[in-house]
Design a protein around this ligand. Sequence first.
Ligand code: PLP
Length: 225
Amino acid sequence: MNHIAANIRRIRENIPETVELIAVSKFKPVEMIAEAYQAGQRIFGENKAQEMKTKQAQLPPNIQWHFIGHLQTNKLKYIIPFVQMIHSVDSMKLLQEINRWAEKHNRIVDCLLQFHIATEETKFGFSYQEAEEMLSDEVSQTWKNVRLCGVMGMATFTDDKQLIRKEFRTLYGYFSSLKNEFFPSSDAFKEVSMGMTDDYPIAIEEGSTMIRVGSAIFGNRTVIV
Ligand SMILES: *Cc1c(COP(=O)(O)O)cnc(C)c1O
């Protein structure tokens, strides 16, 4: 068995069945994605729109592509025809544009609201108040081609496990509050996308339903992002 297949198997065996594994294949060649596909993996995450489009065209059509990076509205055209879920919705403007493009393509696109939970300033995302304002705005309720499915966040890049846990707990709290306030009867609003290679065990303990794992499956990336 190759390393990629073994890595996927090992991770799957150590996480609950209810937790979805997103294989983050950014910067990795299609051959490696194909190996993961052979091993049964069907959900892949990418953070560049053009890269995702190029890979999608070369790989089996039943792969579910999840977009996980900062997304500029002028890049939406590359991914809207096929993207399964966008984890990184970080502004009202972006959600509005996703809706507009999805409508053009006669699709409903699943979206997660990204929250800023880390201490680093560079990470994108809503504050809780900004998300509340958007969801309270009547305009956002008219968007029929986006389906809000939950929240996403990235913890601080640190060895401090207590800090990471606290940030994941904060994100889970945002999820619960939004669910109560805006989505009490929505079956779709149920996802908490948190946890990467170094912190997914903590994320799962704190209620993650989707982990986004790259290096632990495909090896280290030479490019740091
Ligand atoms: C790269 C990336 C990941 C995966 O990171 P690893 O540490 O390689 O598991 C997860 N989420 C986002 C948003 C990323 O950009």
